[in-house]
Design a protein around this ligand. Structure first.
Ligand code: ATP
Length: 269
């Protein structure tokens, strides 16, 4: 769903518990960061500054957007979300003005998260990045990130799968203070994600007892692919007139995901 960058985006009821595959270490780091953000005065008295910007780095579909939503939820922030691509290829000055408006609106809130997915489209290295207009938009983003006291209560979160493409000026501490890796899930992570996405779905006993095996055999699957797997299996079970997902639905869904065909309509199995 696309939302205007300058308007608040409805925030789904996502918490860190809805995200599978996060390592214990990462969960602790996130909780520590949230504690600092939630009580900036106490943190400042202890010599720790609240982060202004966080970068989430990892392959597509690993839960970076979910994580940004969970963070916003956890700190009770309004959510402003957009994609880096929404600021490019615009008439002169429009990208920069959108950035400005987004920050202005966010600053009106007591607490706000500004989330930009695919930030590499907006904050790519200036030498290789296209044209004067993109440079103006990036410069405006840097100006807004440097807003100082004006940005109190505003947390900027950016996501990318190409950190190597990002402009160094953008990555400077004070703009981006923390970088979290969000990798593809390992076997245990896939198992956790399966638990999340099978909640409320009727599984045949042979599927319910095979989730460990399924987690092992889905190496390389992202969280988004695992979620799609169970959606595809549910749709197939419905089409086949079954009340629960059985192993043939899972096999079908796995084949389809491997073939990258998950977007086909549910009428054509
Ligand atoms: P992209 O880089 O393509 O924007 P992303 O990393 O932001 O992807 P999300 O948009 O957060 O990924 O994930 C898409 C969907 O996949 C989520 O809404 C969720 O249903 C599922 N998903 C992805 N990762 C996870 C995860 N770690 N745990 C549970 N569900 C997940």
């Amino acid at each position: 769903m696309k939302h205007s960058a300058s308007k608040e985006t409805p925030l789904p009821d996502i918490t860190l518990n809805d995200i599978g595959g996060l390592s214990q270490e990462m969960k602790e780091e996130i909780h520590q960061t949230l504690d600092i953000i939630k009580d900036p005065k106490r943190s400042a008295a202890l010599g720790v500054k609240a982060p202004k910007g966080i970068l989430l780095e990892g392959p597509p579909g690993t839960g970076k957007t979910l994580l940004a939503q969970a963070i916003a939820h956890e700190i009770g922030a309004s959510f402003y979300s957009s994609s880096g691509a929404a600021f490019t290829e615009l008439f002169v000055g429009v990208g920069a003005s959108r950035i400005r408006t987004m920050f202005q609106n966010a600053r009106k809130q007591e607490m706000a998260v500004i989330f930009i997915d695919e930030v590499d489209a907006l904050a790519g290295k200036r030498k290789t990045h296209g044209g004067e207009e993109s440079e103006k938009t990036l410069t405006e983003l840097l100006v807004q990130l440097d807003g100082g006291a004006d940005n109190e209560g505003v947390l900027f979160i950016a996501a990318t799968n190409r950190k190597d493409m990002l402009d160094e000026a953008f990555l400077r501490p004070g703009r981006i203070d923390y970088s979290f890796q969000v990798p593809l899930p390992d076997t245990q992570g896939r198992r956790e994600i399966m638990d999340i996405h099978t909640k409320g779905k009727a599984l045949a006993p042979n599927v319910a007892t095979s989730l460990d095996m399924l987690a092992e055999s889905t190496t390389g699957f992202s969280g988004a692919q695992l979620s799609a797997l169970f959606t595809t299996a549910s749709k197939r079970a419905i089409r086949e007139g079954r009340a629960e997902i059985d192993m043939s639905d899972m096999d079908f869904a796995i084949d389809r995901t491997i073939l990258g065909n998950t977007s086909r309509s549910m009428n054509d199995p």
